[in-house]
Design a protein. Structure first.
Length: 395
């Protein structure tokens, strides 16, 4: 029982349910208190976002050792391409399917929300794009001068940020979501849309399998090897990821799955599987893009424009590389661009976090299983590099 109560997904869902029920019984005074609470918690969450970006992106870049920079660079490139490819695939589905879900905007029928009882602003140290640019510059600088002391400093900073995520951000999320759902319930905007979100979750899970099929097909064409020789071993890794909702917890099983394949080299997979488990988040990106499109339609009456969504997906692919390895890490790392690029308010953030949590295990499973396809590509690239080097030496 204690294990269930400590589960992040259970707490998020409990917060949403409590908020939905409580919202119908709120009077104006209680609602004002909840509005103020939501604002303060939201400010604290957004304060942590630039720190998450700085801590995780810098630390990730400093691990790219220069002696194998070409293979690492190729690995990062295909992970990023896979993630944004999944995002554009999801966006295409969204523009095609969301209008057919008969999502209605009920803004004109909502109850009026009173002003907050009090307001406390906690502005971030710097903006999201500043944090990302600063992280890239510092990380590349440390890599170029090979500064081990600075690398250790930012590793420790990442540990501090991860501690803040686990001990501050994640514990307050259920209360933040509960306050948002209480307000949405008071307004009357959420109850009629629950069937839509169930449909959306099922669509996203099917889309995961379609994207995996695309990835393995492309890997087979590039490597000129049968992708079934890899994917047929990934059943245990997929089920482990669904059960644990954690790439880290699934890592051992994923390595075993990769080692069973005859077309993958252990010397390559020992690097690629742990590496991709941290930077290749195609399932999470696919999920988030479809969900933010749905939330935008539900709460704001329209899907983001194509230009806005292109910018969002390109940035989301970068943030996914440095996302913290915790449940919902991708969406938490991208909260800054959800607000700055898409213009979501507290209600939009809370709704996105909640429905993302409902399928987080399937997104993680897609991420992990997709790593096998990318490992096929890296194996082929490594063989081509070895062949090229041998020919150069012989000539």
């Amino acid at each position: 029982m204690q294990k269930i109560l400590n589960n992040t997904i259970f707490r998020l869902l409990l917060g949403a349910i409590v908020g939905l029920i409580a919202g119908s019984y709120l009077n104006e005074t209680l609602l004002q208190i909840i509005l103020s609470t939501r604002h303060i918690l939201g400010q604290l969450i957004l304060f942590l976002v630039p720190l998450i970006i700085l801590g995780f992106v810098v630390s990730s870049i400093t691990k790219l050792h220069r002696d194998s920079l070409r293979i690492i660079g190729f690995s990062v490139a295909i992970a990023y391409i896979s993630s944004i490819g999944a995002g554009f695939f999801s966006a295409t589905l969204g523009y095609e399917l969301i209008p057919r879900l008969q999502v209605t905007n009920t803004a004109s029928e909502l109850r009026e929300i009173p002003e907050m009882l009090f307001k406390l602003d906690i502005p971030p140290v710097f903006g999201v794009m500043t944090a990302l640019t600063l992280a890239l510059m510092i990380g590349i600088g440390i890599l170029w001068i090979e500064s081990k002391p600075l690398e250790k400093v930012f590793d420790q900073f990442k540990d501090i940020v991860l501690l803040l995520v686990n001990r501050v951000l994640i514990p307050i999320l259920p209360f933040y979501i509960m306050s948002n759902f209480a307000i949405l319930s008071y307004e009357g905007s959420i109850q009629s849309q629950l069937p839509i979100f169930i449909q959306v979750i099922l669509i996203v899970i099917v889309a995961h399998f379609v994207w995996l099929a695309i990835l393995y097909t492309l890997a087979g064409l590039y490597s000129k090897k049968n992708p079934w020789e890899v994917v047929k071993h990934y059943g245990p890794a997929y089920l482990t990821a669904v059960g644990t909702m954690s790439s880290a917890a699934t890592l051992g099983v994923a390595l075993q799955s990769a080692h069973k394949s005859k077309v993958l080299k252990p010397a390559i997979t020992d690097f690629t599987i742990p590496f991709f488990s941290n930077i290749h988040l195609c399932g999470s990106v696919l999920t988030e893009v479809f969900f933010v499109m749905t939330v935008s339609q539900v709460l704001y009456g329209s899907i983001p424009s194509i230009g806005t969504l292109i910018v969002f997906i390109l940035l989301l692919g970068i943030f996914a590389i440095g996302a913290p390895g915790v449940p919902g890490g991708t969406v938490m790392a991208s909260l800054g661009i959800i607000t700055s690029v898409l213009g979501f308010d507290d209600a939009g953030i809370a709704l996105t976090l909640t429905i993302f949590a409902l399928q987080d295990s399937f997104g993680t499973a897609c991420n992990i299983t997709g790593d096998g396809a990318l490992s096929m590509m890296v194996t082929k690239y490594s063989e081509q590099r070895e062949s090229s080097t041998t020919e150069t030496v012989q000539s």
